[in-house]
Design a protein around this ligand. Structure first.
Ligand SMILES: *Cc1c(COP(=O)(O)O)cnc(C)c1O
Length: 335
């Protein structure tokens, strides 16, 4: 039996990954210039297909970065002068907030305990916040915030930029990008690729903000500041020598997903999540960590296994099934 990975990321490789990698190698993609025509068309096509798959508006920019943590840092540097606001419900959303503090911003937060979700619409967000940060799917706890509420923030806070971490929900999440200004994901989660490539989606308003900060002589970074990324993307290039091989393979996987149909992909994910929650909802000992159904993730299902995580993970591994153990302090209690 082939090993099966139910790990949140790196996750199981997409079934066609190996084939596309072999093809790309056979076509010498790993050695082509990142300033040449062949690369320009790879970038154009990958971006066009990603926009089609995720329904991203034409005027939004897509930038290729190294990781999602990098995307978080770039967002703070390029869009926050003094203050951002963060909804925190686990380790990844907290990391984003701490990064803002480390970069010298006076950021504020609404934080709930692990296992709970934030009430986005009844939280008071100060007028002085420049960016509102939401983690759509908090991988560390299995909490997914309702997209309708994330979208409603747009009309409640028309002056603010809205940034959403979609790392472990893309390409599943049916996000209306016109409600947000910044979103990002890494390819080792829902796109089934090895780690080392992240996509940052940027609205015209967010680019304008970055340029405004630049004019005020605020340091917005060097080779990966938005204005530099944008100048290069005009030419279908990246400032640095990028991972051409992975960009190519990502483009092919996105094409496969388009062929399969995103709604098919979404309904499969929902069906599997429903089975998991039905089983563990009725289990005598184990139970879903997120109690409130409104906040239960469809993509990363966290089960409280009452301290048996290591034991169960080992048993499953003997059957060639790999599951992620709990995050941080939940190492022994969650799968
Ligand atoms: C994995 C993950 C990240 C970090 O992604 P990297 O590619 O490791 O930087 C950020 N946010 C969430 C929700 C994640 O699941």
């Amino acid at each position: 039996m082939k090993p099966l990975f139910f790990t949140p990321g790196p996750s199981q490789l997409y079934p066609t990954f190996n084939k596309h990698l072999q093809t790309a190698l056979a076509e010498n993609i790993a050695s082509i210039s990142h300033r040449g025509e062949a690369f320009h068309s790879i970038v154009s096509e990958t971006i066009a297909d990603l926009k089609r798959l995720l329904k991203i508006p034409k005027e939004y920019r897509l930038f290729f970065l190294a990781s999602s943590l990098e995307s978080m840092e770039r967002i703070i540097e390029n869009c926050v002068y003094r203050e951002s606001f963060h909804f925190i419900n686990g380790a990844f959303s907290r990391k984003f907030f701490q990064m803002a503090l480390e970069l010298g911003k006076k950021s504020r937060k609404n934080e709930v305990q692990a296992g709970e979700g934030n009430e986005l619409l009844t939280t008071r967000i100060s007028e002085t916040s420049e960016v509102i940060v939401v983690t759509h799917n908090e991988t560390s706890t299995g909490c997914m915030l309702p997209l309708a509420e994330i979208c409603a923030l747009r009309s409640m806070y028309p002056q603010q930029l809205i940034a959403v971490d979609i790392v472990s929900s893309a390409p599943y999440g049916k996000i209306d990008f016109s409600c947000l200004d910044l979103a990002f994901f890494s390819v080792q989660k829902g796109f089934g690729m090895p780690a080392g490539l992240s996509v940052l989606i940027v609205s015209p308003a967010a680019l304008t903000k970055a340029r405004w900060l630049g004019k005020k002589n605020i340091v917005t970074g060097s080779y990966h500041r938005f204005s530099r990324l944008d100048e290069n993307m005009e030419k279908r290039e990246t400032p640095e020598t990028p991972n051409v091989l992975y960009l190519t393979v990502l483009g092919q996987i996105v094409k496969d997903m388009l062929k399969k149909g995103r709604s098919h992909l979404q309904s499969e994910t929902e069906k599997k999540a429903k089975m998991m929650y039905a089983y563990f909802g009725a289990h005598k000992i184990y139970s879903p960590f997120i109690k409130e159904k409104k906040f239960r993730s469809t993509t990363t299902i966290v089960i409280d296994v009452k301290g048996k995580a290591l034991e169960l993970a080992e048993k499953l591994q003997q059957k060639q099934i790999y599951v992620g153990k709990g995050y941080g302090v939940f190492k022994n209690t969650h799968l």
